[in-house]
Design a protein around this ligand. Structure first.
Ligand SMILES: [Zn+2]
Length: 419
């Protein structure tokens, strides 16, 4: 065993190994953000001189150690931590490689825990988008986008803050009562603070970082502020009921002792990513207190976003899995099938190349989460927000319903236990 790990819990070892990998692999970021105990950071610093192969070996042993953890529903602590360990283990093994073909599909499966699907049939999505647009009186997405931006100008910070408050209140009314320990989350939700500003030079146009203890940063460029719809859409994904809400809840479970220190580390790639991204794109449909007219518009904008992600997924698949597309074919496809503006194409192509193992998390995570919610309805929110490997959601319908009923009973039971 590597030095300094002997007396730590499985969760603490996992955190130390992730932080150590970040130190050892100088040109490959591993950790997005860590806000847990400083003592674990210090232990990781002591391992800086070790080889990455030793960290990989240690993670392999750690996976076996998880068998001591409880795995009862609805928290599935063992399955969850195990999926996170396996993901980090695979990520470090594949690190630095530009993967293609079957090696890439195996890496996606091992690192983010989803099976790669064939390219999407875009005709079905195009028809649905057309229907949604005509339902609010538009004949094309371009017309919808142009009209809604008329006269509004770039949305000011003060307006964005009002929208954040609105979404936070909707989350408290509509999501909180439907999740485990929701009543305990209210205080944390009300006191949480999000700092909004423009992205730093060279950073993505929109991103979010959870800094722990209820605090978060969100960066939003002009491109995401051109009208109320685009602002609300971004806030839903990054904050409520998306990423920020997800992290607040995870931290609450840590504070209550249901999760270990793994809840204080956000890895660049993890088995949790598709669930987190899927929620960020699909759970907004349950914000029933939101103005119905606004929600209709958001639905169209979200659907279009998902359509573009599917187009890009098809390019990802045909360039890196099939290999029948080169870069020029990929760019043409984005324009002809996705009607994606020329100025966005270079950035999108770079994204799928740099985030090759991660990209499918968006589309596949979204499909699995929305299929699950279509099947379970609002009561599925209980399970959705709990940390788990995505495979638990993707189980067949009958099994899923059985699981749902069983967990509802145990949720009531755990609620009683902590009263
Ligand atoms: Zn996201």
């Amino acid at each position: 065993m590597l030095k300094g790990l002997e007396k730590l819990s499985v969760s603490q070892k996992f955190v130390v190994l992730a932080l150590a990998a970040e130190k050892i692999l100088k040109d490959q970021p591993v950790v997005f953000y860590y806000f847990g105990p400083r003592s674990l950071k210090k232990r990781a610093a002591d391992l800086e001189g070790e080889k990455i192969a030793s960290v990989i070996d240690e993670l392999r042993n750690l996976e076996e150690e998880t068998c001591l953890l409880d795995d009862s529903s609805p928290l599935f602590r063992r399955s969850y931590l195990r999926s996170q360990i396996k993901s980090l283990w695979a990520f470090l093994r594949y690190s630095g490689l530009k993967l293609t073909g079957e090696t890439l599909t195996s890496a996606v499966n091992e690192v983010i825990g989803v099976s790669v699907v064939k390219p999407y049939d875009l005709n079905e999505a195009k028809n649905k988008l057309r229907k949604l647009l005509s339902g609010i009186g538009y004949s094309s997405y371009e017309q919808f986008k142009k009209e809604r931006a008329k006269g509004s100008g770039v949305v000011k910070d003060s307006e964005i803050r009002k929208d954040i408050k609105l979404l936070k209140d909707c989350c408290e009314n509509d999501i909180v009562p439907n999740i485990l320990f929701g009543d305990r989350l209210v205080k944390k939700l009300r006191s949480s603070k999000v700092d909004i500003s423009k992205p730093k030079k060279g950073y993505p146009s929109c991103y979010y970082i959870y800094r722990g203890h209820g605090l978060a940063d969100m960066r939003l460029s002009g491109q995401h502020r051109y009208d109320k719809i685009s602002v609300v859409q971004s806030l839903m994904h990054e904050l409520y009921p998306g990423h920020h809400f997800f992290y607040l809840y995870r931290e609450l479970l840590f504070e209550m002792g249901f999760l270990g220190e793994e809840a204080t580390i956000d890895l660049l790639y993890s088995a949790e990513t598709p669930l987190n991204e899927g929620i960020a794109e699909a759970a907004y449909a349950y914000l029933e207190s939101l103005d119905a007219e606004l929600l209709k518009y958001i639905k169209v904008a979200m659907f279009r976003e998902q359509f573009c992600k599917k187009v890009l997924y098809n390019v990802w698949y045909r360039m890196y899995v099939d290999g029948d597309f080169d870069r020029a074919n990929g760019c043409d496809y984005l324009m002809s099938e996705g009607f994606i503006e020329n100025e966005k194409i270079k950035g999108l192509m770079e994204m799928i190349d740099n985030w090759r193992v991660y990209y499918p998390a968006y589309t596949i995570g979204r499909e699995i989460v929305s299929n699950y919610l279509d099947d379970t309805g609002k009561k599925g929110l209980y399970h959705l927000y709990l940390p788990k490997p995505l495979s638990i959601l993707a189980e067949k319908n009958n099994e899923r319903r059985g699981y749902e009923e069983k967990s509802c009973a145990s949720i009531l039971c755990s609620d009683r236990l902590v009263e």
